[in-house]
Design a protein around this ligand. Structure first.
Ligand SMILES: *[C@@H]1O[C@H](CO)[C@@H](O)[C@H](O)[C@H]1NC(C)=O
Ligand SMILES: *[C@@H]1O[C@H](CO)[C@@H](O)[C@H](O)[C@H]1NC(C)=O
Ligand SMILES: *[C@@H]1O[C@H](CO)[C@@H](O)[C@H](O)[C@H]1NC(C)=O
Ligand SMILES: *[C@@H]1O[C@H](CO)[C@@H](O)[C@H](O)[C@H]1NC(C)=O
Ligand SMILES: *[C@@H]1O[C@H](CO)[C@@H](O)[C@H](O)[C@H]1NC(C)=O
Ligand SMILES: *[C@@H]1O[C@H](CO)[C@@H](O)[C@H](O)[C@H]1NC(C)=O
Ligand SMILES: *[C@@H]1O[C@H](CO)[C@@H](O)[C@H](O)[C@H]1NC(C)=O
Ligand SMILES: *[C@@H]1O[C@H](CO)[C@@H](O)[C@H](O)[C@H]1NC(C)=O
Ligand SMILES: *[C@@H]1O[C@H](CO)[C@@H](O)[C@H](O)[C@H]1NC(C)=O
Length: 851
């Protein structure tokens, strides 16, 4: 009996222990070198994924891809205006389910950095602060305003408390190892006078008083107080030092790409340069580096900031907007992370020796007491490669590169040598297919239903006033749209009516965009751009004798998200004049204007499912090039599981919804053909957002991501509001798929199998060199479009044979790879032997198609 009881209590004890250990708290502290988690210094790779920029069904996959890519940590902002919809009214629905997101990270066994802000910038509407807060008397954002501080504190406390409630801080057994208060305030602080610093210090104290049991950080806060770690945000942070020798060197934002604004070309940051920046950071004592963004995602609905930030927030990030791995960026960084992790112990537990080994070459050696040694060899020369001697061995350093030697001898990785596969992505159009379930008359094919929005504020007026009301003060961002309408009487005797000329309408505005209607016809549109949000418009205006209705549909395209006092910028018309009348130029600015806030369709919530008070009409063909038109169509889901974009190239400007969910603003606005584009991108030298742009003369954003989880098999309601005119019959879904893959290997660089580092080092780095090709899941290699063993040149998509070419290259690869999802080809052995073309440095390049 006694024995049984003992066994029973052992069992109890055991299960008690299991419960404890599964939620065991992590003690997160830090010293000058790094964060210390449970007594162990940690070298951490972090990846920004913003929860509302994708959908919950995508979160586990995105987080898993980050983990597979070598990240230990997910970093996210908290988006105040997505949570506190009106004072004290909190929401955590769907994409804004923050607790669920943190738990996804926890379940993946990863850490999380919670950047509460609550100001976030982030190319997010109004920088993340609720618009209603601007209208509370006495509030000045991010200043020593008592009203602002009180709302900020309530929000921060609310967020901290729900994290505590669900035990999500590491100190409670959760994944959150760091939290951030404020955001990039250091450069702005002075503009706010003495109150700026007071506010920053108040924010830090208020954060510390939350007692979360993990450290607080403030990025770009050069005067952060002793107990808060100041961190770096930039393209490069190797030269950064925190403001105290007792704080670790943390990089909260390394930008692996850049955001886009409607009407500009598309920025790209080359993977070689990102890897260079990261390797330099760890070489120079960094201990935590975060990619902002690792998955940028989508600014659904009206969440994008700006003005003019695109609906896509792809960011040229390692995971693309649609959730597909961007290769070689993702995989090159994965190799980098693996190499850095091989150095972790030596890096964290030794004092480095940095030596100049050339005018622009630097070696750093970390040798710890356990005998492990790691070295970084950097060549900062942005043009020339260099041979150097390091510890009696000679090494080739490509220009603008860092070599990582986890044993101080063998190069595991060089930032300029991309070994991984390149994937080329296509958007394959797929026509909309009418849903038969709802469209009883299924045989009729696609049926567009339309609802014509009323022009102007004449019929339904919200208010009348002399002169111009500020657009934002009027809409308070409940909608993008504000109508301004006035009337002009034209005398029959006006000369222009007789002599056949047209007067000129001149409009000036604070932004962001406008469509001008005269007597119900659209006559012109104007908008600012990412560098100048104001605009001026001059256009001929077809006036008639008698009364003329002049209506301007003013709109915002994402509110300001950063800059001192950004909440006061405002929007809307500032001047409207007409020149060329007998009386000269007349100024309509101080006329009586009728105003209408928002669209009729918005008031009717025409985009929601199951709205029955809307009188759609169903013409046999939908009208083209017609302004102010709502279009609706009921369609089947596209087949398959490939991500979907909505092709809006042939539409004008507006917004789109599927099944009541806001896809976002669309605007296939083109960048100038003369914008700064480059056909190839030189990774060498300091990166800046204008360095490697593509798509000049093309729409900045043609496709709009629709998450697969928003579709049902059939009966999907697609609603479009077109402002100025387009051709809805040319709208298609497009499947985003990897169509081509390329891979190459070369003899001139040592190959080390990172997966198998110990063996590789034992065999002196002489690992078997191979070329690897892999199509996405459920597809296979359908053809070999190029293959050359010899000295081929060029890049993926434009490879060319050199003077040395193995004539059976294509056949050999086909034999191994055709119809396979993935394949591996030996290099410098077998068919592709070392003896071929003696004296020539050989490489193998392959381009294959997947389907
Ligand atoms: C956490 O770790 C620090 C040093 O790393 C130590 O001083 C402190 O006592 C630990 N706290 C807890 C609660 O274990
Ligand atoms: C909270 O905000 C939502 C969205 O604006 C609104 O529908 C709801 O009525 C509000 N609730 C309260 C209690 O104010
Ligand atoms: C390099 O060679 C010199 C001379 O042979 C020797 O004294 C030194 O120990 C060597 N250094 C290393 C790191 O192997
Ligand atoms: C026509 O009349 C308008 C208004 O008086 C005047 O501004 C314009 O110069 C005239 N054009 C011609 C071609 O006479
Ligand atoms: C933005 O607009 C300003 C003023 O109209 C113009 O000078 C500038 O060139 C435009 N920039 C771009 C990128 O189009
Ligand atoms: C908007 O309204 C605020 C008062 O709520 C006022 O202080 C501000 O000047 C207005 N802005 C503009 C641009 O008119
Ligand atoms: C032109 O000016 C005269 C004199 O000020 C005024 O009576 C008349 O109404 C004006 N006409 C228009 C079209 O504004
Ligand atoms: C691959 O196909 C299987 C079976 O049809 C399916 O369950 C899975 O989701 C597909 N995977 C992808 C990535 O499409
Ligand atoms: C690949 O598949 C195609 C179509 O199924 C077939 O015709 C061809 O013979 C296959 N090729 C190889 C090398 O297996």
């Amino acid at each position: 009996m006694a024995v049984e009881i003992t066994n029973f209590s052992r069992l109890l004890l055991l299960s008690f222990f299991l419960v404890l250990s599964s939620t065991s708290a992590d003690n997160v502290t830090y010293d000058h070198r790094s964060l210390i988690i449970d007594g162990r210094r940690r070298l951490l790779i972090s990846a920004s994924i913003h929860y509302p920029r994708s959908v919950p069904s995508m979160w586990p996959g995105l987080v898993a891809s980050a983990k597979e890519g070598g990240a230990d940590v997910i970093e996210t902002y908290v988006f105040w205006n997505g949570h506190e919809l009106s004072p004290g009214n909190y929401s955590f629905e769907d994409r804004f389910d923050l607790v669920k997101f943190v738990n996804v990270v926890k379940d993946a066994g990863m850490y999380l950095i919670l950047r509460i802000g609550p100001f976030v910038a982030a190319e997010w509407n109004f920088g993340g602060i609720p618009v209603w807060l601007h209208y509370i008397p006495g509030v000045v954002f991010r200043s020593n305003s008592e009203q602002f501080k009180s709302h900020m504190q309530s929000f921060m406390t609310f967020i901290v408390n729900i994290m505590k409630r669900d035990k999500l801080f590491a100190s409670q057994g959760g994944p959150i190892i760091l939290a951030q208060v404020e955001n990039e305030y250091g450069d702005t602080e002075k503009v706010y006078g003495d109150g700026g610093k007071l506010y920053a210090m108040w924010a830090a104290d208020m954060a510390l008083s939350q007692d979360i049991g993990v450290p607080w950080i403030m990025c770009q806060q050069y005067d952060a107080p002793a107990r808060v770690i100041n961190t770096c945000n930039s393209f490069y942070c190797d030269q950064f030092a925190p403001n105290s020798p007792s704080k670790p060197k943390i990089w909260t934002e390394n930008w692996p790409g850049w955001f886009q604004t409607f009407g500009t070309s598309n920025p790209h940051r080359p993977p070689e340069d990102i890897a260079f920046s990261v390797a330099r950071f760890f070489q120079k004592g960094g201990s935590l580096q975060n990619y902002y963004m690792y998955h940028g995602g989508t600014n659904f609905g009206r969440t994008s900031g700006g003005p003019f930030i695109t609906t896509s927030y792809d960011y040229d990030a390692p995971i693309d907007e649609y959730g597909l791995l961007r290769l070689p960026k993702w995989s090159h960084l994965k190799d980098l992370h693996k190499s850095i992790k091989l150095c972790e112990h030596a890096l964290l537990y030794s004092e480095p020796t940095h030596l100049l080994i050339g005018p622009l070459q630097e070696a750093s050696v970390y040798a710890d007491s356990s005998g492990s040694c790691a070295a970084f060899l950097a060549n900062m020369d942005d043009t020339d490669e260099k041979w150097i001697v390091f510890q009696n061995r000679s090494y080739h350093l490509p220009a603008w590169s860092v070599s990582i030697l986890p044993d101080c001898k063998t190069i595991a990785f060089n930032t300029a040598k991309v070994r991984s596969q390149i994937s080329m992505v296509d958007m394959m159009p797929e026509s909309l297919v009418a849903s038969k379930t709802i469209e009883e008359k299924g045989s009729k094919g696609l049926q567009w239903h339309i609802y014509k929005e009323k022009t102007g504020a004449v019929e339904k007026t919200d208010f009348v006033r002399h002169g111009f009301a500020d657009h934002l003060n009027t809409t308070k961002d409940a909608t993008d749209y504000l109508w301004y309408s006035t009337r002009l009487h034209v005398d029959e005797g006006e000369k222009f009516l007789i002599n056949g000329t047209q007067p000129i309408l001149m409009v000036e505005s604070k932004g962001h965009a406008v469509h001008v209607f005269v007597n119900e016809e659209i006559i012109a549109s104007a908008s600012g751009n990412g560098s100048d949000i104001t605009y001026k418009l001059e256009t001929q205006v077809p006036l008639k004798a008698g009364k003329n209705d002049i209506s301007l549909l003013s709109m915002t395209v994402g509110l300001q998200n950063a800059g001192p006092f950004y909440e006061w910028v405002g929007a809307g018309l500032t001047s409207v004049k007409i020149a060329g009348l007998d009386n000269g130029t007349i100024d309509l600015s101080s006329n009586t204007w009728k105003y209408k806030i928002g669209l009729e369709g918005e008031h009717l919530r025409i985009y929601s499912n199951g709205v029955d008070n809307v009188k759609w009409i169903t013409p046999s063909l939908p009208p083209k090039n017609q302004a102010l038109t709502w279009y609706m169509v009921v369609v089947d889901a596209p087949k398959g599981t490939v991500p979907i974009g909505l092709d809006m190239k042939y539409m004008g400007k507006g917004q789109a919804w599927l099944n009541g969910k806001a896809i976002g603003r669309y605007w296939p606005r083109k960048s100038s053909i003369n914008d700064k584009c480059s056909s190839s991108c030189n990774y060498k030298g300091k990166f800046f957002p204008d360095k490697c742009r593509t798509g000049c003369g093309e729409p900045t954003q043609r496709w709009y991501h629709i998450p697969l989880s928003w579709f049902k098999p059939s009966g999907n309601v697609l609603v479009i509001f077109e402002e100025k005119g387009g051709d809805p019959t040319r709208i298609t879904f497009s499947r985003r798929r990897i169509s081509k893959i390329c891979s190459s290997v070369s003899e001139d660089f040592p190959f080390v199998d990172l997966e198998n580092w110990e063996n590789a080092v034992r065999s002196n780095g002489e690992g078997r060199a191979t070329l690897h090709l892999a199509c996405p899941e459920n597809s296979s290699i359908s053809s070999i479009r190029f293959a050359s063993y010899g000295n081929p040149s060029g890049a993926c998509g434009s490879y060319q044979q050199g003077i040395c070419h193995h004539p059976s290259s294509v056949l050999i690869i086909e034999k191994v790879c055709l119809n396979k999802t993935q394949c591996t080809i030996p290099f410098l052995e077998g068919d592709f032997s070392k003896d071929f073309c003696p004296g020539i440095t050989k490489s193998l390049a392959v381009e294959a198609a997947c389907n």
